[in-house]
Design a protein around this ligand. Sequence first.
Ligand SMILES: Cc1cc2nc3c(=O)[nH]c(=O)nc-3n(C[C@H](O)[C@H](O)[C@H](O)COP(=O)(O)O)c2cc1C
Length: 218
Amino acid sequence: MSVLDISIDALLTTTRSVRKRLDLSRPVEPEVIRECLELALQAPTGSNSQGWHFVVVTDPHQRHALATLYRKGAAQYIELMAPVFQQRAAASEQEATTLARVFDSGQYLIDHLHEVPVHVIPCIQGRTDHLPIVAQSSLWGSIMPAAWSFMLAARSRGLGTSLTSFHLFFEQEAAEVLGIPYEEVMQAALIPVAYTLGTDFKPAVRKPLESVLHWDRW
Ligand SMILES: Cc1cc2nc3c(=O)[nH]c(=O)nc-3n(C[C@H](O)[C@H](O)[C@H](O)COP(=O)(O)O)c2cc1C
């Protein structure tokens, strides 16, 4: 598969959450997904446990079923978070603009998820429910680096992704749709994957490093 001619720093700063610029009409070859997952398998896991699994969903009926759960989950999330978002939007005009952009882009994905050609669901053996923080860290930390590696590898091959979580409001229902053994295996996210419309993406505006950096002590 062809790899974009961009520097490592450019890759790390321009791997954005892509929603509106997904090419919903272009098929994604299974080989490119496999290639990106091979790279993801180089990520670290606690004690090299490699309890990860990756469910790749291309079947239109399965994607439809997941999109329905995603849409229901999004509605719950928006209801749950409404007071927080209102507070954030009231804080400054810039914050309000940022939130409006994320909502607009998020709504596009809600409306079109079933049309995205591939969904990748990274999973981890075990469940964090009621575990102490160290065990939670170990499980989440044994799947999220691989998920992000997959997204970077995808970006390097002209594919767009975004890490999403809304469907997890209905994780058990999604497990039933996909045949995932829910009691033993936890879904960590749902990553829609498609080729992007154009390959140029810009670094995001983030809080300045100085506002979040704590050197030697908080
Ligand atoms: C833990 C986590 C969960 C997320 N869940 C969703 C989601 O369910 N749906 C969605 O559209 N984006 C989701 N996102 C993507 C964020 O909205 C995204 O990172 C944010 O819009 C900033 O985009 P940027 O990274 O391109 O700057 C999630 C991101 C993270 C890290």
